[in-house]
Write a protein that binds this ligand. Structure first.
Ligand SMILES: NC(=O)c1ccc[n+]([C@@H]2O[C@H](COP(=O)([O-])OP(=O)(O)OC[C@H]3O[C@@H](n4cnc5c(N)ncnc54)[C@H](O)[C@@H]3O)[C@@H](O)[C@H]2O)c1
Length: 439
């Protein structure tokens, strides 16, 4: 089995199946098609499969034209039919790993996908988990489900973990341009996975086990969460001292070694940074050790939207206005600059807090024309407003929550009566600075 699979990978005749065609899975398909592999894409979301089959895209940086071409030439076949999982030589699992209601890891998507794979598992298949998770998932959750088939891991089938690294909205990095860490349940699995990715990405970094690869991903994201929490706390302190945190960080980053710049914001957003550290703290609790750093970072970061509302209330108060009845336009509901992804965006909490206080809230975001409904936030349906001089002038306050590059910040400051800026987006605006409050 090993030789046949190794040869198929070497010769690029191996069929690559990707399960979960979201922000991670679809770019991965692109990387493998570009490397010359035939790919199968699996998703339970019928609407996504129909769109892809019709040559349409639902992810801004994956062009519809490219999808249409791959489907026409047969290098990419999207499907909902899970019985076709046996057609792929390598199966890459890219399904969601959210938190449940008590903020513990929710592995139901990973488990159900693995059970689907087990139904048709055949000798010579390589299964790789890409979803972010806690160390131990590949060996303790995936492997037992596959081993129940009676096939032998390490000889009949192979299992590895390779975390996805993405920087959504950054045009300098696509999936194929980012080095990939690879760990296996054994050396054969690791080497097969590394050989496969070696065709599709710029560099592979084999590590000694799947646990190391899992821990590596979660450390990368926890590192960001902890450092963002530190600058968020310093933002609140420096504000009291009359010092601008953004100017401080920009000055500190001129140190050529030993400092990496992180910037404060209105709270964490996206599918990774607000969620992944809790996977680590959960496994730590199981191991009988509290992770105070991670918990503290989570506490500070989740308190940020309330701090922003406090600053906005002060800014309105300074103009003799209460929040209640004030018109407030939120600029940006995507969780970060220049992306169309609203998942976990702090803008929803900001809007909810403002509405609770009686403000009249609207929003503008060129990437999100219609506000999606969010399970955890109570914000009514709205559509994005155009940033006309009349709209801006009609507001009591404009709250910059996401610093999209499409906004003309000089124009915003010129036309709005008051601007609360959580991203230092107005740094280059020289006129009417008395209207700007940083938060
Ligand atoms: N988005 C990022 O920037 C990013 C970066 C690194 C890692 N990750 C991790 O990658 C994983 C996937 O994230 P994403 O952002 O691509 O999520 P996503 O929600 O965009 O995509 C997941 C897809 O999986 C599909 N799916 C769910 N259950 C399925 C099943 N049983 N079978 C087949 N398909 C199924 C969903 O319909 C969806 O299309 C998560 O673990 C996430 O933490 C995400």
């Amino acid at each position: 089995m090993l030789h046949g699979l190794r040869k198929a990978i070497e010769e690029k005749s191996a069929v690559v199946g990707v399960i979960g065609l979201g922000y991670v899975g679809l770019p991965l398909i692109k990387a493998f098609v570009s490397a010359g592999f035939r790919t199968l894409g699996f998703d339970v979301d019928r609407a996504k499969i129909e769109k892809l089959t019709a040559g349409e895209s639902y992810i801004a940086h994956i062009p519809a034209e490219w999808i249409g071409r791959c489907i026409a030439e047969g290098s990419f076949e999207p499907t909902c039919e899970m019985e076709r999982l046996s057609e792929a030589d390598a199966l890459l699992i890219c399904v969601p790993t959210p938190l449940n209601e008590s903020r513990d890891p929710d592995l139901t998507y990973v488990e159900s996908t693995t059970s689907e794979i087990a139904v048709t598992l055949r000798p010579g298949q390589l299964v790789i988990l890409e979803s972010t998770t806690y160390p131990g998932t590949t060996r303790d959750v995936i492997l037992p489900i596959l081993a129940e088939t009676g096939l032998k891991p390490g000889t009949d089938f192979f299992v590895a973990y390779s975390p996805e690294r993405e920087d959504p909205g950054n045009p300098d990095y696509s999936a194929s341009g980012i080095p990939k860490v690879v760990g296996g349940i054994d050396a054969e699995s690791r080497d097969l996975a590394a050989a496969l990715y070696g065709h599709a990405v710029v560099k592979t970094i084999p590590v000694s086990s799947c646990e190391v690869a899992e821990a590596c991903k979660i450390v990368e994201n926890t590192y960001r969460s902890v450092n963002i929490a530190m600058v968020n706390e310093l933002k609140m302190l420096f504000d009291r001292l009359g010092i601008d945190i953004w100017e401080v960080v920009d000055a500190a980053k001129t140190k050529p070694f030993g400092f990496q710049a992180f910037y404060p914001g209105p709270g964490l957003g996206g599918h990774c940074i607000p969620i992944d550290p809790f996977y680590l703290s959960w496994v730590a609790r199981k191991a009988g050790m509290p992770t105070r750093f991670i918990e503290l970072a989570g506490e500070i970061n989740t308190s940020m939207p309330r701090y922003v509302i406090e600053r906005l209330t002060e800014a309105l108060n300074d103009r003799g206005k209460p929040v209640k009845g004030s018109k407030i336009a939120v600029l940006g509901v995507a969780y970060k600059r220049d992306v169309d992804d609203p998942r976990e965006s702090p803008s929803f909490e900001l809007m909810e807090l403002l509405i609770e206080r009686g403000a009249v809230v609207s929003y503008s975001d060129p990437h999100i024309p219609r506000l999606p409904s969010m399970r955890s936030f109570d914000v009514p349906p709205m559509t994005s407003r155009s940033l006309t001089p009349e709209y801006l002038a009609d507001q009591d306050c404009v709250l910059i929550a996401t610093d999209h590059s499409a906004y003309d910040y000089k124009f915003v400051v010129e036309n709005a009566p008051l601007v609360v800026d959580t991203r230092n987006a107005t740094r280059d605006v020289t006129g009417a600075r008395e209207k700007i409050w940083k938060a």
